[in-house]
Design a protein around this ligand. Structure first.
Ligand SMILES: NC(=O)c1ccc[n+]([C@@H]2O[C@H](COP(=O)([O-])OP(=O)(O)OC[C@H]3O[C@@H](n4cnc5c(N)ncnc54)[C@H](OP(=O)(O)O)[C@@H]3O)[C@@H](O)[C@H]2O)c1
Length: 362
């Protein structure tokens, strides 16, 4: 196998390792590392590392500790550039140098200002051979971290379930659009996100739970945000009643929340208004500052339209169902045949009678 193909395969193996801790490493990205010795071009893995739960120790440190002396002369495969800044522990680039690694292959540069090429430079200065791949699949996996570091806001996924006649539901009442399989995929997406946002219209119409209810993943429900300029959330709503179990925040221009809501544990994110609506860029900046790297926007129609119009959607999860809602339905701001050109289709899945098409902004 040519060396560059082998490098790609080993980086893909690192990526599969990293996925095991995705969503569990706090504000740090989940990175995968393999330390590999070669016996006549046959790779022998001597150390494996994933960013630990909570974000520390980093993947490189874990792999070096596993490899021990076998790290000397090895090639390190890492999905993200090793860090270069000192904290309580030395930076990972230094740890790789100290471990005697001969070659490092990375799949993406870390845009964190404290790193951003400095990790790579440290390795080169130490005489280590360095190969930098730019793997699109790694960029996708790290998109939450990369978006927060590069744009100071969370990566936004807009999820919509659209009927065969291009509708999202009926204003003011809950109308199921997709089937059980599609809904379980949505629950899995929720488990992978830091937060979910909906508008006050969806809250009033659907009284949703917005939790992950897949067996075994119940503890992975993300934080819930409601765009609610007037703080009109009913204390009897499911979100309010379960705010002690799953953090629930109203994004509102109201200076204080009604006492009934604060007593239930609902918190407030202060928002600025723009044309009478919550200013989305400022809201996203505040969410990022509060540790949210990935946000799943689950509607409804007005909120989805605002995110699209502000060019604040990074990926689009479009569920299309054979259900027909009819004239009274709320038109979806986007359907399969109106996806804006800047989105590229990444994957399509058949889910019973429904279909999921996943798009990423180019
Ligand atoms: N099929 C699906 O995927 C799906 C998903 C979710 C919902 N739905 C359906 O969609 C319907 C609700 O949609 P909707 O359009 O009526 O309500 P919505 O989009 O859920 O909420 C709209 C409300 O959010 C508040 N808001 C605050 N800032 C905003 C901003 N920047 N942009 C837009 N809205 C902002 C406004 O209320 P304030 O003025 O009070 O702040 C606005 O009236 C329901 O029927 C629900 O079943 C369908």
């Amino acid at each position: 196998m040519p060396d560059d193909v082998l490098d790609t395969k080993l980086l893909e193996a690192c990526l599969r390792l990293a996925r095991r801790h995705q969503g569990l490493t706090a504000a740090n990205p989940s990175v995968g590392t393999l330390l590999v010795q070669f016996d006549d071009h046959v790779p022998i893995i001597v150390g494996r590392g994933i960013t630990a739960f909570g974000g520390r120790p980093h993947a490189e440190r874990v792999a070096i500790d596993e490899a021990g002396e076998k790290a000397r002369g090895a090639t390190a495969y890492v999905t993200l550039e090793p860090c270069a800044h000192h904290g309580a522990t030395p930076p990972c680039a230094q740890a790789l140098i100290d471990a005697g690694v001969a070659r490092v292959v990375t799949a993406w540069t870390d845009p964190d200002q404290r790193v951003n090429g400095k990790g790579h430079a440290m390795l080169l200065e130490a005489g280590i051979e360095l190969s930098q791949a730019r793997m699109e699949v790694v960029r996708r996996d790290l998109s939450a971290y990369l978006t927060r570091k590069s744009h100071n806001r969370p990566h936004v996924t807009l999820k919509l379930a659209v009927s065969a006649d291009g509708k999202l539901g009926v204003a003011g009442k809950e109308v199921p659009v997709t089937g059980v399989l599609a809904r379980s995929v949505v629950h899995r997406m929720r488990a992978q996100a830091d937060a979910i946002a909906v508008g006050s219209g969806t809250l009033a119409a659907d009284d949703p739970d917005l939790t992950c209810r897949l067996p075994g993943l119940e503890t992975r429900s993300p934080r819930r945000f409601v765009l609610d300029g007037q703080a009109s959330m009913a204390p009897t709503s499911r979100l309010a009643r379960t705010a002690m179990q799953v953090p629930t925040t109203l994004v509102t221009a109201q200076p204080v929340l009604p006492e009934a809501l604060t007593e239930l544990g609902v918190t407030r994110l202060a928002a600025e208004l723009h044309d009478g609506r919550i200013a989305l860029p400022e809201m996203l900046e505040d969410m990022a500052a509060d540790g949210v790297s990935s946000l799943m926007v689950e509607g409804g129609a007005a909120v989805a339209q605002s995110f699209l119009a502000s060019s604040l959607v990074d990926s689009l999860a479009l569920f299309t169902a054979p259900t027909v809602i009819g004239k009274e339905g709320l038109a979806s701001p986007v359907c399969l045949d109106t996806v804006p050109n800047e989105f590229r289709l990444e994957r399509s899945l058949t889910l019973g009678h429904d279909q999921l098409d996943l798009f990423f902004k180019v």
